[in-house]
Design a protein around this ligand. Structure first.
Ligand SMILES: Nc1ncnc2c1ncn2[C@@H]1O[C@H](COP(=O)(O)OP(=O)(O)OP(=O)(O)O)[C@@H](O)[C@H]1O
Length: 242
């Protein structure tokens, strides 16, 4: 871990009408970190990702990647600058093959030329355990494979920062262990990861730091075991008395 801040979020705010969903959130993420993001349903976690990826416009605050301000850039530019993401509900291009899904990100997102894109996508498919399904129609994949495809498609853009939105949800314990192993390998490649997850044991197995959101505010930020032992987190997120 080099220790340089890769992502910097300062004073971020977002409302939908009268509902303030993100309230003055600030944090830095260092290169090589796996930052877990916890919080009750509706806490604002996915909205935070949408603001970082550019799917939603920011109202207040700033977002920088490697000190470069991206706050007003559209999603495709943020992708090109190194931000990759998955969606909570997998969104493959169902009529295309698994391989073609990756090519879309590699060629139109990362702007690799055709040869480089083919090589990169083949390597990512192997890494994600999808090599034998390269020519399968994405719409016909199982839930686990669709989650792998979400991740593979984000990796095909060669991201520096990967945003994972509930990739373990709905999977068996064995399947979520396989995804945890994959996230570990991604971290070992030097990719920085932000991971929203309700499957606590999965994110705790790999996160180096945890933040917790509640009603759009950050209520905890620190080492996983310290955050999990925090009385407010136990009460608000886990429904346990301190
Ligand atoms: N486009 C939108 N328009 C209006 N309200 C929205 C919109 N997107 C999200 N919200 C509301 O913002 C709040 C935060 O939603 P968000 O999806 O960010 O929460 P979350 O922490 O990711 O929840 P979950 O764990 O259930 O996925 C919720 O009350 C949600 O209903």
């Amino acid at each position: 871990m080099s220790g340089n801040p890769l992502l910097s979020v300062q004073g971020l705010g977002k409302a939908f009408g009268a509902l303030r969903v993100i309230q003055d959130i600030s944090f830095d993420v260092r290169e090589g970190e796996v930052l877990g993001i916890l919080g009750p349903n509706g806490a604002g976690k996915t909205t935070l990702f949408n603001l970082i990826s550019g799917d939603l416009a920011t109202e207040t605050g700033e977002i920088c990647l490697s000190s470069e301000k991206l706050t007003n850039e559209p999603p495709h530019i943020r992708c090109r600058k190194g931000i990759g993401r998955t969606y909570q509900i997998p969104k493959p291009y169902g009529g295309m093959t698994t391989f073609e899904n990756l090519l879309v990100t590699a060629m139109f997102g990362a702007k690799l030329d055709e040869d480089a894109a083919h090589r990169s996508c083949a390597a990512v498919l192997r890494e994600c355990g999808l090599a034998d399904k390269a020519n399968r129609r994405a719409g016909s994949l199982t839930l686990l494979d669709r989650k792998r495809l979400e991740l593979a498609r984000a990796l095909a853009g060669n991201p520096k920062l990967l945003l994972l939105d509930e990739i373990a949800g709905g999977l068996t314990d064995q399947e979520s262990r396989e995804l945890v192993d994959l996230v570990r390998r991604i971290r070992e490649r030097g990719i920085t990861v932000l991971w929203i997850e309700h499957v606590l044991h999965a994110v705790l197995a790999v996160a180096s730091r945890i933040i917790v959101l509640n009603f759009g505010e950050m209520i905890a930020d620190g080492a996983p075991q310290m955050v999990i032992a925090d009385p407010d987190v136990r009460r608000i997120y886990m429904g346990l008395e301190a």
